[in-house]
Write a protein of this length. Structure first.
Length: 243
């Protein structure tokens, strides 16, 4: 489980990620487009959504912009992330922001009794949990879904070999360097490379292969489980709860 001393609780790391990393994620628009297409096909009229480990709310906000959602819950354990989400969601009356740490099963007790969600999304968050907690969390998510509800996880997953991990790292550093050049920074690619490998959150990544995680979802009972998008260690996967 994420420690109470997790670096993600800090303002500096949260700001570094939101301003200096997330915008550099390769094919970010395509990832969200695919997420929205799946919801459009399988749950075109979602009434309730949950953005789990919401960060600044980018995934849930995309759903609110596309669908007529009447209730949207955004949860995270990091106050700096929630502060960013609150700012970005001011115009959405149906959005509720709540500080919860899903590292512990006790997080469920803070949800309204009997609540069910038509769509649950998570973005680059669950990989901080040990595998045993990931599996249990997926079961909890399944129980929180309405009949026919969808779970879509946009996630950082493990490479199948060290050689592929090295290719991904170099690919991502290319995008980080280009993003920061567009932002007006003048540092070298080598400096970006050094900062990437020395980043303070690296030790909190607990990556699992996407095929293993998809198998967990199938074992729980999710239907139509698949990896819907993947480029190296960036993957969108999930499934739906059949009615």
């Amino acid at each position: 489980m994420i420690s109470k001393d997790s670096r993600w609780r800090s303002e500096s790391l949260s700001r570094t990620y939101l301003e200096g990393v997330r915008g550099a994620i390769p094919l970010a628009d395509a990832q969200i487009d695919i997420m929205l297409k799946i919801v459009e096909q399988w749950r075109p009229d979602p009434d309730t959504i949950l953005d789990l480990g919401c960060g600044d709310g980018i995934l849930g906000r995309a759903l609110l912009d596309r669908f007529s959602v009447s209730r949207a819950l955004f949860v995270d354990f990091s106050q700096p992330m929630l502060d960013s989400a609150k700012k970005n969601l001011e115009q959405y009356e149906q959005a509720q922001i709540k500080k919860l740490d899903y590292a512990s099963p006790n997080w469920l007790e803070a949800l309204p009794a009997g609540v069910r969600f038509d769509v649950i999304v998570s973005g680059f968050s669950i990989h901080h949990q040990p595998d045993s907690r990931k599996k249990t969390l997926y079961q909890e998510i399944y129980e929180l879904l309405s009949e026919g509800g969808l779970f879509l996880n946009l996630e950082h997953v493990a490479s199948s070999t060290p050689a592929l991990e090295a290719v991904f790292d170099d690919y991502f550093i290319d995008h980080l360097y280009a993003y920061r050049q567009r932002a007006g920074e003048t540092g070298s690619r080598e400096l970006v490379n050094q900062r990437y490998y020395a980043r303070p959150d690296k030790t909190e990544n607990i990556l699992a292969a996407v095929d293993i995680q998809c198998n967990w979802l199938r074992e729980i009972g999710f239907a139509d489980v698949d990896c819907y998008f993947k480029v190296f260690e960036l993957a969108l996967f999930g499934g739906r709860k059949q009615g």
